[in-house]
Design a protein around this ligand. Structure first.
Ligand code: 4NP
Length: 182
């Protein structure tokens, strides 16, 4: 019986980058929640998952302790170390998820700036999507910045991210059928 050999594209992990402002609250939590769902589905080896900030102010720092504690209470460990977004992200990632509209504008401006200095894929801007566009149960269009607010802000972020990450994974599996069958 003939077997189907995966194409080079299909044998590469599907790569997802979550981006917020500081990469210490929302995008590290998104990375952790999405990783949780990917592991639960048994797809860990099929994905590359990372997060970044549009500013480098917190570079090298672990995620905000309030975000880590709120996630931990839900059984999700946030382990990432903050880093700013870089030009190679547009080459290396299939999907770039912005937490709010300012993040999306900043990501797209960085792309335009970097593109004048080095070759970047033409489809860079098309890889950038709003995180909340994947939500099924939440009406919010942005993941709200919890940094200057109280503890309920961190819970809200996690509620939205759980919703978005679950359907983001469903969407990717639907659009890339080789992930689930190989
Ligand atoms: P994040 O939250 O973008 O979700 O990581 C913030 C982190 C840091 C700051 C603002 C928001 N800050 O002003 O330093």
């Amino acid at each position: 019986m003939a077997t189907q050999t995966p194409t080079t594209e299909e044998s590469k992990p599907f790569s997802v980058l979550f981006v917020c402002l500081g990469n210490i609250c929302r995008s590290p939590a998104a990375e952790a929640v999405f990783t949780h769902f990917v592991r639960r589905g048994g797809f860990e080896s099929k994905f590359r998952i990372d997060s970044a900030g549009t500013i480098g102010y917190h570079e090298g720092n672990p995620a905000d302790s309030r975000m880590r504690a709120a996630s931990k209470r839900r059984g999700i460990e946030v382990t990432s170390i903050s880093r700013p977004i870089r030009p190679s992200d547009f080459r290396e990632f299939d999907l770039i998820l912005a937490m709010d509209l300012q993040n999306r504008d900043d990501i797209l401006s960085a792309y335009e700036r970097w593109r004048t200095k080095e070759p970047l894929p033409e489809d860079g801007p098309r890889k950038v999507k709003m995180m909340c566009s994947y939500c099924k149960r939440h009406k919010e269009s942005e993941v709200p910045d919890p940094y200057y607010g109280g503890p309920q802000g961190f819970e809200k972020v996690l509620d939205i991210l759980e919703d978005a990450c679950e359907s983001l994974l469903d969407f990717i599996l639907r659009e890339n059928s080789h992930i689930a069958i190989s």
